[in-house]
Design a protein around this ligand. Structure first.
Ligand SMILES: Cc1cc2nc3c(=O)[nH]c(=O)nc-3n(C[C@H](O)[C@H](O)[C@H](O)COP(=O)(O)O)c2cc1C
Length: 394
């Protein structure tokens, strides 16, 4: 049985989102404020649309926490959609009959879930597909990811993210260990230097003017991971595979790279491996002199920062719509326009952090087990101390 799992439910303009996180240990300090702080990071971003001005996301914890600490039972959360007030008829659970505006749409948006979803689920109103395909669902992932992040913090694992490219504009090449993360948090485009900050904004402004959209690449980094999360022994236990699946599941993500995955393919083998040295001061007793592998070898974390790059495509919905078809008549039409972002790359960063946190917690609970936080910490400490048996001449 899976040790740790989570489920989300909810439509973009429905009443709200439900999240259930199951398998967290007892004794973890959790507050709604902590989750809200993380969720507000998903709402900021230069080039985001009007929806985020309406919503002020807050996850209301409904079960699994008592007097500020987790009980080990499922943690249920509820995130209200404020916008539902404008959609009560269109998103009504009960049939509202004829004569009301159900906000039906039939003009396919190329690049969205509309076309395959309509045929697969036999839907003639594309809203029945869009409502769940929408990235509104990622608010629920950030709520779940915030709880995961809390557990990681207890073990000393910290996750950051930044935008490394917006459209054809690259940020300066800065090693993740030298990034000023407080600068990134202040930047509306999550750039790590001021030059990139202004170039990313200019690229977004240009897209807006041209009535198109713009994508990019972001980096998610986990510092402080122990050696040995994931495993080499079976395909579905490999940590890199699990991270790639989690990141690829984020709406509009089309590429995932661990470490210098793509750049390494252009270099000779001698230049891309991470050479190991004995280091009695390192908890692992060894250290690597570089981190081209992005902290994962053989499907296992090696104790270096876990570095993931995520490519996200430009948003499909545009104020100047593409030519398209009506799903019911086949007639040529302009694609539907629903209120939309120009650039979602910065907003996707906290979602990527959450997905990494959820995968790492899964790996952590698999490795260190335990039903209470203290039990997990004891198992973790014993394991780290066991590294002393390696690289020891006596
Ligand atoms: C944070 C975030 C915000 C997004 N906002 C929008 C949006 O405003 N409009 C839109 O058409 N797509 C948006 N998307 C992307 C779509 O949800 C996505 O392209 C669509 O569901 C189709 O799936 P696919 O691109 O993964 O194939 C957003 C994605 C993310 C991660």
């Amino acid at each position: 049985m899976t040790k740790f799992r989570y489920l989300t439910a909810g439509e973009s303009h429905g009443q709200g989102l439900t999240v259930i996180v199951e398998g967290m240990p007892a004794g973890l300090e959790i507050t709604e404020q902590y989750i809200e702080n993380q969720m507000s990071r998903r709402q900021k971003g230069y080039g985001s649309g009007g929806r985020m001005k309406i919503e002020q996301d807050r996850a209301n914890i409904r079960s699994g926490v008592r007097h500020g600490r987790s009980l080990g039972s499922p943690i249920a959360m509820w995130i209200q959609n404020r916008d539902f007030a404008n959609w009560t008829d269109a998103m009504s659970i009960a049939d509202v009959g004829d004569g009301v505006d159900k906000k039906v749409y039939t003009k396919v948006v190329p690049g969205h879930a509309d076309f395959p979803g309509a045929l697969k689920y036999a839907q003639h109103d594309l809203r029945n597909v869009l409502e769940r395909a929408s990235a509104r669902e990622t608010a629920a992932r950030v709520a779940a990811g915030s709880i995961a992040r809390r557990l990681l913090e207890e073990i000393g694992i910290v996750i950051h993210s930044r935008v490394v490219a917006t459209g054809d504009q690259d940020g300066a090449k800065i090693d993740p260990e030298n990034v000023d993360w407080s600068f990134v948090e202040e930047s509306e485009v999550r750039a790590s230097d001021s030059d990139a900050d202004s170039r990313f904004k200019a690229a977004i402004d240009k897209s807006k003017k041209e009535r198109t959209t713009i994508g990019g690449t972001f980096e998610v980094v986990a510092f402080g991971s122990p050696v040995g999360l994931g495993s080499h022994v079976h395909w579905d236990r490999k940590l890199d595979g699990r991270i790639a699946q989690a990141m690829m599941s984020i709406n509009a993500v089309k590429g995932v790279e661990i470490g210098n995955g793509f750049a390494n393919t252009r270099k000779p083998g001698r230049e891309v491996q991470d050479v190991i040295e004995y280091d009695p001061n390192d908890l692992r007793r060894f250290r690597q002199i570089s981190n081209h592998a992005g902290g994962i070898e053989g499907g296992m974390s090696n104790g270096n920062p876990i570095v993931v790059h995520v490519a996200i495509k430009p948003i499909a919905t545009m104020t100047k719509p593409l030519p398209s078809v009506d799903i019911n008549t086949g007639q040529l039409v302009d694609a539907q326009y629903n209120r939309s972002d120009i650039c979602q790359v910065a907003r996707a960063c906290p979602v990527g952090e959450s997905m990494l946190a959820l995968v790492l917690v899964d790996g952590l609970l698999e490795k260190f087990g335990g039903d209470s936080l203290n039990e997990i910490k004891r198992n973790y400490t014993n394991y780290v101390e066991s590294h002393q048996a390696f690289g020891n001449p006596e």
